[in-house]
Design a protein around this ligand. Sequence first.
Ligand code: GSH
Length: 240
Amino acid sequence: MIAVEQPPSGAPQSSFGTLYTHHVTPRVYAILAIAGAYGLDLNVIYIDPKKEESQAELLKVNPRGQVPTLVLNDGFVLTECTAIATYITSQSDTTTLLGNNRRDYYQIQKWLSFANSDLLPAIGGMILPIMHLDNPMRKNRVDCWNAFTLDLKVLDAQLQTTPYLAGQTATLADYFTVGMMKFGVMVFHKLIKEQHPRVWEWFNGVYAEQWFKDVAGDLPLLSLELPDFSTEELCGHFVV
Ligand SMILES: N[C@@H](CCC(=O)N[C@@H](CS)C(=O)NCC(=O)O)C(=O)O
């Protein structure tokens, strides 16, 4: 028998913020359950992605148009389900759900990342087609192109507001993201430089830190003949 541990109660009872979600999304179950168990007064807005007006409401707070999105009452916006789940859980200062020590905490972060970026896409990729539902996963290069260009806009919007992703100083978020972007920049440097000069400036500034560059290596900017990734014609031809 599997014993399911109940989250302890005792969190503050004040109005907390608004959570945007879809009616069915596995990314939100734990967030809503823990918020409920901790008595957080969360206003939940169910977005219907098929309805333009509804989706427009979400786009006002998250240009990526994704759920979950958490908006606190002071206007602070948090996206990414793992960050939201951790934030909601940490509202109880007696919680045991974040482990007993720092090692536990980082193991928990590992499992959140694993479940979100490996497990769920694998399950969705199998089940959604069976249910004849649109598969929002990155199924071909057109999808990836659309996601990438939108992600650049999200980075740009943040970097217009703060010098680094999480504020005034460089953090793990910057080095981690720059590392993730290396090969994208090597191939799409022209686009980034022309359309997102602020992202280009930030990327190069972070990459230039000698201790980072020593590990990440040189950054050759390639001149490749690229297809027009945005064209519909690619659908079906270049499935990856
Ligand atoms: N990286 C985001 C992904 C969120 C995400 O893809 N949410 C889905 C619903 S579970 C969504 O909003 N899909 C619509 C879209 O990508 O346009 C996270 O981990 O929270």
